[in-house]
Design a protein around this ligand. Structure first.
Ligand SMILES: [Zn+2]
Ligand SMILES: [Zn+2]
Length: 144
């Protein structure tokens, strides 16, 4: 049993080949952000008949058990292996999502509200570095 499969078991879930495959895909690409559709397509390579609902339920279960993180952006659920609090920056042009560390000490927020943080969901929309460059180049070429 791999360490990821042990994590599934430790959360009180049954280990199945599909579950470990999905968890491996997400957790072994910590900088990547997937839609349910991305994961469904990936699992379909080996299990062409798997219904999207099965994949969706596995993802939901993993999120509930804290094995993966999910957040919503533009009405779409995104899944990722990075479970520590961080900021997700999404480029409005290429739709890539980049992870950034939170600058603020979270215990400071807890002290301010005199409560406890359970989960965080911070998303920022913008234009990424390479798209900015492309936009600048196309603007300058328009001027000629
Ligand atoms: Zn971009
Ligand atoms: Zn992220």
């Amino acid at each position: 049993m791999t360490s990821l499969e042990e994590e599934i078991k430790k959360r009180g879930l049954k280990v199945t080949p599909q579950r470990s495959k999905i968890l491996r895909r997400i957790r072994e690409n910590p900088g990547s952000h997937f839609s349910a559709d991305d994961i469904h397509k990936y699992v379909q390579i080996e299990s062409p008949n798997i219904p999207p609902a099965t994949v969706y339920n596995i993802l939901k279960m993993f999120v509930e058990k804290g094995l993966i993180n999910s957040f919503e952006i533009n009405g779409k659920a995104i899944y990722e292996g990075k479970v520590d609090p961080h900021i997700n920056f999404m480029c409005e042009n290429c739709h890539n999502i980049y992870d950034y560390e939170m600058g603020k000490d979270l215990s400071e927020i807890e002290n301010n509200v005199e409560g406890k943080i359970i989960s965080t969901n911070v998303t920022i929309k913008g234009i990424c570095k390479s798209c900015l460059k492309d936009l600048e180049t196309s603007e300058t070429s328009l001027m000629h």
